[in-house]
Design a protein around this ligand. Structure first.
Ligand SMILES: [Zn+2]
Length: 213
């Protein structure tokens, strides 16, 4: 079962991908993890990608495509995978369909206001990196980590202005992708506003159908 999860930052697709990965025993492959791994191990691709990430712009398709291809060729992908954060553009989707067959694309949908509320409320511990939310998952003591008493900060890329900018960029690049997969008859729309468990139940139902095809 070769899956693609689409959705803006903050829609919870990474969380769902993690749950699906465990339930169906297929790897969750996030573009962010692929980048971090390549950068951390200082591959040539990683060094190139870092230059773009440091500037706060998207990494060019050629670099990203190659990283993803190498990842999908690994043995743990033989029964399927969940791609999260890739493809982001129609050009990437074209590349992907050239190297593998996609079984289903789930598009997680959430309003802009809800996304800004979710992301801008996040607070991260400076010391242990644990993530809280001022409204949905507050620490016992304001701005102090429950685990290690470290200081909780708002990451610079999680301020409302930056989120709006990211969402605008996301929409511009990704809207054509939705049409692309709609035409391929692979797109399933998923309301991302209910609880994690409710969404996961819906996702499971869809994927059980897909896996029987
Ligand atoms: Zn901490």
């Amino acid at each position: 079962m070769n899956l693609v999860f689409l959705g803006p930052p903050g829609a919870g697709k990474g969380t769902q991908a993690g749950l699906v990965s465990e339930y169906f025993d297929i790897p969750h492959i996030s573009s962010g993890d692929i980048f971090r791994k390549n950068i951390f191990t200082k591959t040539n691709l990683g060094k190139k990608a870092k230059e773009f990430i440091d500037k706060g712009v998207l990494v060019p398709d050629k670099i990203t495509n190659t990283m993803v291809k190498l990842r999908l060729e690994r043995n743990d992908c033989k029964d399927g995978f969940i791609l999260d954060g890739y493809p982001r553009t129609v050009a990437q989707a074209d590349f992907l369909s050239g190297i593998t067959d996609i079984s289903c694309v789930i598009n997680f949908i959430l309003s802009k206001e809800e996304i800004v509320k979710r992301i801008s409320g996040r607070r991260t511990c400076k010391k242990c990196r644990k993530v809280y939310h001022v409204e949905f998952n507050p620490p016992d003591q304001k701005s102090v980590c429950d685990e290690c008493a470290g200081e909780l900060i708002q990451r610079s890329d999680e301020s409302p202005e930056i989120i709006r900018k990211r969402l605008k960029e996301y929409k511009k690049k990704t809207a054509p992708l939705e049409n692309y997969y709609k035409k391929e008859d692979l797109l399933v729309e998923m309301d991302a506003s209910p609880s994690i468990n409710e969404i996961f139940n819906d996702v499971k139902k869809i994927l059980k159908k897909v896996s029987r095809l």
